[in-house]
Design a protein around this ligand. Structure first.
Ligand code: UCC
Length: 628
């Protein structure tokens, strides 16, 4: 008996037409609903996968699309139109933004899924200490040179605004860079240290390479500061010894516990000079600054370095971070003996600014993607963008991002003025104070905004291969490296006391001047009034706090830094909104910004939080060990 059958599936309705033939007689077509009547008969592995779509359903959610980040950022463009309206800058950023949204973003993803590996030994047991990075990571290095991501800051083609231009470019690049912005931060910081020391003989070639646009010449630098005893407390934690050599150079012996972007070509590091009796000077005044190249001998072994292991990190996995044993690393002392911390401080200023650029860029990226997604995702019968509560959440993220953006750009502006010799004493003080304030505040904002941003994708925000969770993991490091929130809060106190309060005077003068500029705009009046009130309350708080013991100030340090940040960001937002080219959204942002507690130092003070009895209460709370 010959028999057979055929079937046609309507994918839209999920119906199938079946037709049977027995002994040459063909049946009429018979319609069935496949979803209802699918049986194991249809799951035969030899069957074509006709039913797989109908089982999972035909709906596929559109993914959030990354578009040119320069064109997607009206505030960046308005800021540049106001301060640096140069066609060459606009066309470069537009073209770079196109590249970033295209191929570069894919390389960034490749860096994440193909993280670096350490090959410690060759197959025959010889040490090779090879940190193997992905091809995409190498492409990022070439791209960074070609695009002048460090060079722009040193070519200074746009004078005092060159830093703003450079950082705008890094801001567009950062979330797609596969964390290559980390070696760029340290490279920039090292070039800055060289320059601040007048580019000493012996490092002029290295300086040329760090600031080169030629991928074949371009070098990156490390910043090896952290040892097992001290990440924050560098002064007492640094054990590395520098043994003088007869030719005036040194050899370094020590253990660096956390060295980021360890595939760098050179590094700056701190060590203590070992005297003939083997003794070293303890504390900060015993620390000197050293320059070392990372090179290999003829057998291919790293000279004076063993890579102990790569760190297994929560995020920033794209970038190799290693523990290094320095075992006679050839090095040269830079700067005066014992001036290590003060000399490397220039590097810290630059890397902290880069850190903040990365923080604001992460916020901007998640907002950009969430905004796009809200036009593609429907829930409860409407697009997400048409749900007022969802839109309110996005607007809050946008306000945070804009405040942080204006602060980071203002600090870049100040850095540019300082480097071109145009900074007034007020601006120099402002740069010193605002750098830690910016770094500590923007990093915390980034974690909050990126975390909120992930939520706006629902469950998809938690799925690895969307690329979204990596944004949060990478944001988490921003408040940790280059000085934690508390270390930077104490740095704020330190720079206030070292300048005998001049940094604060500069802050108050500048904030008042920004508010004065906005005071003629009636729509901004509520914001200006609120900010003036907060500024005056902060002034009273500081006056009162100055007479209190150091323990009081220490407890107030974080809230003080937050107050300085929020009020200054508010003043920048009102100033931006008062510009004749501003948009209505600039005004709205300034008003919304001022709805928050602008001066948490005063709020906490009223609650008695800095009272000398607070620490025991805090301790009792944290170590509450009451037994049931
Ligand atoms: O984490 C690291 C690598 C991560 C990768 C980097 C990429 C980041 C970019 C990401 C983009 C995606 S490296 C480790 C980072 N470590 C830190 O940041 C250390 C944190 N600790 C501190 O900042 C501390 O406050 C110390 C180490 C600076 C404190 O040391 P001292 O010795 O106690 O400091 P002193 O005594 O207060 O200051 C010594 C001198 C003084 O100068 P003189 O002697 O002329 O009065 C200070 O004024 O250094 C000067 N100084 C500063 N100058 C200290 N801090 C500063 C500063 N921030 N700016 C200017």
């Amino acid at each position: 008996m010959s028999a057979g059958g055929s079937m046609r599936l309507n994918r839209r309705t999920g119906e199938a037409w079946l037709r049977w033939s027995v002994r040459g007689v063909t049946s009429r077509p018979w319609r069935t609903a496949v979803q209802r009547e699918t049986t194991s008969r249809y799951r035969d592995p030899d069957d074509p996968p006709l039913f797989s779509r109908s089982r999972t359903g035909p709906f596929l959610q559109g993914r959030p699309q990354l578009s040119n980040p320069f064109l997607e950022d009206p505030l960046l463009r308005r800021y540049l139109r106001r301060h640096l309206p140069h066609p060459a800058v606009f066309s470069d950023l537009r073209a770079f933004g196109e590249k970033v949204a295209g191929e570069v973003d894919g390389w960034g993803r490749e860096c994440e899924v193909n993280p670096p590996k350490l090959v410690a030994f060759d197959p025959w047991g010889r040490r090779v200490d090879d940190i193997v990075t992905s091809p995409a990571w190498k492409r990022m290095k070439d791209l960074s040179a070609q695009e002048g991501l460090v060079a722009i800051g040193y070519e200074r083609s746009f004078g005092e605004w060159s830093r703003v231009y450079q950082m705008s470019k890094l801001y567009i690049y950062s979330p797609s860079s596969g964390l290559f912005t980390c070696p760029l931060a340290m490279t920039d910081g090292a070039a800055k240290v060289f320059q601040s020391l007048g580019v000493p003989r012996g490092v002029d070639k290295a300086y040329g390479r760090l600031t080169s646009r030629d991928p074949d010449r371009f070098w990156t630098s490390g910043q090896w500061m952290t040892e097992r005893k001290g990440g924050s407390d560098v002064a007492s934690g640094t054990e590395t010894g520098a043994v003088p050599q007869t030719d005036g150079s040194y050899r370094l012996y020590g253990f660096k516990w956390f060295t980021s972007a360890t595939d760098a070509d050179m590094t700056l590091t701190l060590a203590r000079i070992v005297g003939q009796d083997g003794a070293t000077t303890p504390g900060s005044q015993g620390l000197s600054l050293f320059y070392a190249e990372v090179s290999r001998d003829q057998q291919g072994r790293l000279k004076g370095i063993e890579v102990q292991r790569l760190k297994d990190k929560l995020g920033t996995r794209q970038m190799p971070t290693a523990e290094l044993l320095l075992d006679g690393l050839p090095a040269h002392m830079l700067a005066e003996e014992g001036r290590g911390v003060a000399s490397i401080a220039n590097m810290l200023t630059v890397t902290r600014i880069h850190n903040s650029v990365a923080a604001v860029a992460a916020m901007r990226r998640v907002v950009q993607l969430a905004r796009d997604y809200a036009t593609r995702r429907t829930a409860f019968g409407r697009l997400l963008k048409d749900h007022p509560l969802h839109l309110q959440t996005l607007a809050r993220m946008e306000v945070e991002t804009r405040g942080a953006f204006l602060l980071v750009m203002d600090v870049c502006r100040l850095l540019g003025r300082e480097e071109t010799g145009l900074a007034t004493p007020l601006e120099t003080h402002l740069l010193r104070l605002l750098t830690p304030v910016l770094k500590l505040y923007a990093a915390k904002q980034a974690v909050a905004v990126v975390s909120e941003g992930l939520e706006s994708f629902g469950g998809q925000g938690y799925i690895e291969d969307t690329g979204l969770p990596g944004l949060l993991r990478d944001a988490q490091v921003l408040s940790i490296w280059e000085g934690t929130t508390n270390v930077l809060s104490l740095d704020v106190l330190r720079c206030i006391s070292r300048s005998s309060g001049q940094v604060l005077q500069a802050y108050f003068t500048q904030t008042k001047s920004l508010l004065r500029a906005a005071s003629g705009v009636s729509s901004l009046a509520p914001a200006v009034r609120t900010l003036e009130g907060a500024l005056s309350a902060l002034g009273e708080f500081i006056e009162e706090a100055a007479s209190r013991p150091p323990s009081y100030l220490e407890l107030a340090a974080r809230d003080l830094a937050y107050s300085l940040a929020r009020i200054y960001m508010g003043a920048l937002l009102t100033d931006q909104a008062s510009w004749e080219g501003a948009s209505q959204s600039d005004t709205y942002t300034a008003l919304r910004w001022c709805e928050q507690d602008l001066c948490p130092a005063v709020t906490s003070e009223r609650g008695g939080r800095y009272d000398p009895s607070t620490p025991p209460s805090d301790a009792a709370l944290v170590y509450d060990n009451e037994q049931d």
